[in-house]
Design a protein around this ligand. Sequence first.
Ligand code: G6P
Length: 369
Amino acid sequence: EQIEKGGYDHFMLKEIHEQPKAITDTYRGRLLRSEAIIKMAGVEDNMKKFLNANRFIIVACGTSWHAGLVAEYIFEDIARIPVEVEYASEFRYRNPVITENDVVIAISQSGETADTLAAIKLAKSKGAFVFGVCNVVGSSIARETDAGAYTHAGPEIGVASTKAFTTQITVLTLMALRLARAKGTISSSDFRHHLLELEMIPKKVEKALEEDEHIKKIADIYKNSRNCLYLGRGYNFPVALEGALKLKEISYIHAEGYPAAEMKHGPIALIDENMPIVVIATKKGHYEKVVSNIQEIKSRKGKIIGIVTEGDEQVRALADHVIEVPETIESLTPLITTIPLQLLSYHIAVLLGKNVDQPRNLAKSVTVE
Ligand code: G6P
């Protein structure tokens, strides 16, 4: 097992560090920048289905559901396709309205999650076209779907999902860009710009990983907190949810992810000097609005850990700690902002002596209802 961990203390840490390579493997052969095209067999072969779809319904569970939420932003923003994101377990029991013109996208690392599989079967029985985004080749979901795209993240052993999440987002981003090109909702220069930025993501993830020691120190300060809040807006709202889930899963600290603007409708009541609040405040998107959310937290004495763009001064002046990440275009920020949140949870759990790779009560793949 020590050999399998490749010199890392835990599989989770190894998998966090594998992300630059995993993301590269995911777009390799699909993103052809010199030709300025994206090629994905499962999408090309079914282009008509995608282009004629009334809407996309994304079904998934856990971290994969969070990847689906990120995809909702990018499909709507870039490809102008209406998207609904559903917990597979709710969708399947809700008597949902599904038609032959719906495209259902099932996201699953393992390809074995019982609820996601059942949601696929239901969608197929109503005549929808079902596309799978899986990591495990030949898995039940990969076999049950009409077509799909693998994430090529390599085996993920740690129960808390890390590289599966970022590679799912990579595949879904490629799909959104490919469909946007086919639909003409993105200009050719903007498309090229996205390809260029996407190719730079692995290097930027590497850069984000270099904050490890700094993050460990922050983890040490907050490891005994009872609660933690994660805030983000736009593309980074799902990242806030994922950051909170990572902390809950492996450190057993209660954590909640919230859209930053919703803070005033509830979570603000919890803020005092004992509450750490992780705020994703990168320069892109709704930066100024997030800064004003940070001011509201500060005036209530909450402890602010800001995830900021390199060189940021404004949030640095307000926050108790900042963790810098390299700049990228807004739609790709989740691939970078996720990294410090994974490391923060990892270090807190290790400092608390928890079983990082196999947290209590959780399973890597949930094959029962
Ligand atoms: C379990 C795992 C999570 C995972 C979820 C969905 O809860 O512990 O890490 O996100 O199942 O799994 P899937 O394999 O369908 O992505």
